[in-house]
Design a protein around this ligand. Structure first.
Ligand SMILES: [Zn+2]
Length: 282
């Protein structure tokens, strides 16, 4: 058994594929050899799974948000947090799980047409691209709040506050919500937490100014991948300030900054840090 070949990174919404596993139940869990559906990551569940529909000769079904799965050497399917092994464990196949509403007994080898809900995909892609841009603008704005040189740098060679402080990230249709924590270790690394948290309003407006500048300049977004298997590394590239920046990312994205229209953030204090809400208005 092989890992699912994933085509969402190519921007695909439709594929013809073959059933490689079907677990009948409520929902029925369908696995195919190839899929255009983006599954929510079980390791860093930032972007919700794609929804849509599948059809086969004589039937069709709705697809609920897709999840990651892994099939053991004995043929048992484990879904999301129940996956007991690391990616790449010998003998295990990592797969996209399509939960179908209803009970369907589809034989291995059955031809299936898979169709992603394009409208929802686009809304999430806008949200995810906006989220990356907001993180880079936040890192830029927070440069003055570092007291020491820090070795963790982002793709623009800025201190990577986003990566070091982020607790959770949730991509939503046309936006995202991130939670940042300024704990002991981050203060030790040199973040001036008191000054930063006292200046959230000014930081918010500077982040918004930076976002407006980048969006006015425009720039192409493209994706790349180390391979076609769902567990192969994938990357986000964006033309920004005369260079192409790169962020490892498993999600879906739009193809250029022009599609984003306007991106604005809101910062609010929360326990030991702050939340950042990003809204995209295409
Ligand atoms: Zn991402």
């Amino acid at each position: 058994m092989h890992h699912t070949r994933a085509s969402f990174v190519l921007g695909h919404h439709n594929e013809l594929a073959k059933v490689i596993h079907c677990q009948v139940g409520e929902p029925t869990l369908l696995v195919t050899d190839l899929s255009p559906f983006h599954p929510q990551s079980h390791l860093w569940p930032d972007q919700p799974g794609d929804m849509g529909r599948v059809c086969w000769e004589g039937g069709e079904a709705k697809v609920a948000p897709c999840r990651m799965g892994a099939i053991s050497p004995a043929g048992e399917l484990f879904v999301d947090l129940d996956i007991p092994v690391k990616r790449g464990e010998p003998g295990w196949a990592f797969v996209v799980v399509h939960p179908l509403s209803g009970r369907y007994d589809l034989a291995v080898g059955t031809e299936i047409s898979l169709q992603v809900d394009s409208e929802r995909r686009l809304a999430l892609s806008l949200g995810h691209s906006g989220c990356h841009l907001a993180a880079l603008a936040l890192n830029r704005t927070l440069v003055p709040y570092w007291r020491k040189e820090v070795s963790e740098r982002d793709t623009l060679d800025q201190p990577d506050f986003d990566r070091l402080a982020i607790q959770t990230s949730r991509v939503e249709p046309m936006g995202s919500q991130e939670q940042y924590r300024i704990g002991k270790s981050l203060r030790k690394k040199g973040v001036n937490g008191e000054a930063l948290l006292a200046a959230l309003e000014q930081i918010e407006s500077k982040v918004n100014d930076q976002l407006a500048k980048w969006l006015a300049a425009g720039g192409a977004i493209r994706r790349s991948r180390a391979g076609e298997a769902i567990i192969d590394s994938r990357y986000w590239h964006c033309a920004l300030e005369g260079q192409e920046v790169t962020i490892p990312c498993g999600g879906t994205h739009v193809t250029g900054l022009a599609e984003l229209g306007q991106v604005r953030v809101q910062l609010a204090p929360c326990e030991e840090g702050f939340t950042l809400i990003t809204r995209v208005t295409p």
